[in-house]
Design a protein around this ligand. Structure first.
Ligand SMILES: [Zn+2]
Length: 346
């Protein structure tokens, strides 16, 4: 299979967990821009063919030898990264980086599947259980901006945050920025996404074409943190620098290979910090799940579009065409359970 080839559904035997592993029955898995990036060969053509899927929730139904049997029956969020057990980065709480990390749905097969075997150390217990679609979107759509704004940007209460791009990452950066106590400026293109940003708590919305000067004016003159969440768009990378205020932190979170020009004096005179944010850690997922459970963070805008696993190709096409921001795939095995539950309730 080559880059750009469509996804297809195939029958495979249910895998067997080895030592230290668990067999997880997938309940739901999010479809996001990274899956389109994978399909287009963005992670490298050597990664293809691959089962996509890195934002998943499921239930542990078997464990391998050496695995703790108390996991059986537990609902879990799947952390997509597995790092070497001796990683100094894991030990320091930064398991999202470091050499030798293996990404589910990129380096190994992912969770667009009914069953998956994963190392127990990558599983996050969800207890008591939650709606699996909420768990699935917490493992990326919410955890990525949470990581960027907390660990990386260290956004503080009372600061002004500007979010460029209001898709899966940016729209949630708006609600997380409000939760962290910031004044939030939402910068986007489409009326629909700007309106959604208001709904998610944005204090001010500005269209990205209005230019740096009017954006800074709208923000009251000083922007402390800029989150650049538009992929493959050097003019937005440049805009992020242009609107950053004194001592601002500019965080790049969307994948882009484009380069843009920058003078050292721009960094020096304003004491800017340029930062990159890569995904999230298991601890970010735990924090976000607590906030979703408490009703502090919303998921309704992320879980509106749901499709069965067999419609993964359509879900990717929807995303590509901009018809959806995200789709959550739900699995046949769990739909069967739901039907059985509904029948029992009737
Ligand atoms: Zn994702």
């Amino acid at each position: 299979m080559s880059a750009g080839a469509p996804v297809s559904v195939v029958e495979r035997a249910v895998p067997t967990p080895g030592p230290g592993d668990a067999l997880v029955m997938i309940e739901a898995c999010g479809v996001c821009g990274s899956d389109v990036f994978l399909q287009d060969g963005g992670f490298g053509n050597d990664k293809l063919p691959r089962v996509p899927g890195h934002e998943a929730a499921g239930i542990v139904i078997a464990v391998g030898s050496d695995s703790d049997a108390t996991w059986l029956g537990t609902q879990v969020a799947l952390y997509y990264i597995d790092a070497p057990t001796d990683s100094r980065w894991v030990a320091a709480g930064h398991g999202n980086v470091g050499p030798g990390i293996e990404r589910m749905g990129v380096d190994v097969d992912g969770a667009f599947a009914e069953y998956i075997v994963r190392p127990v150390r990558t599983l996050i217990a969800v207890d008591p259980p939650m709606d699996p679609v909420d768990v699935a979107v917490s493992t990326d759509a919410l955890a990525t901006p949470f990581h960027a704004l907390t660990t990386v940007a260290q956004l503080r209460e009372g600061e002004t945050l500007a979010v460029i791009g209001l898709g899966g990452i940016g729209s949630n950066a708006v609600q997380i920025g409000k939760y962290l106590g910031a004044t939030v400026i939402a910068i986007g293109r489409s009326e629909g996404k700007l309106a959604q940003a208001v709904d998610l708590g944005a204090d001010v919305t500005v269209t990205s074409s209005s230019g740096a000067t009017s954006i800074v004016e709208a923000a009251g003159g000083q922007i402390d943190v800029v989150l650049q969440a538009v992929g493959d768009n050097a003019s937005m990378d440049r805009l992020a620098i242009d609107i950053a205020g004194y001592r601002a932190r500019v965080v790049f979170v969307a994948a882009s290979q484009d380069s843009f020009a920058l003078r050292a004096t721009e960094l020096i005179w304003r004491e800017l910090s340029l930062l990159g944010s890569r995904g999230f850690t298991g601890d970010d997922i735990r924090a976000v799940l607590d906030l979703v459970r408490a009703g502090t963070l919303r998921t309704d805008h992320l879980t509106r579009s749901q499709r069965p696993l067999t419609e993964a190709a359509e879900a990717l096409a929807d995303l590509r065409a901009g018809r959806t921001m995200r789709t959550v795939l739900t699995m046949k095995s769990t739909q069967g359970q739901e039907e059985a539950k509904n029948a029992m309730e009737k």
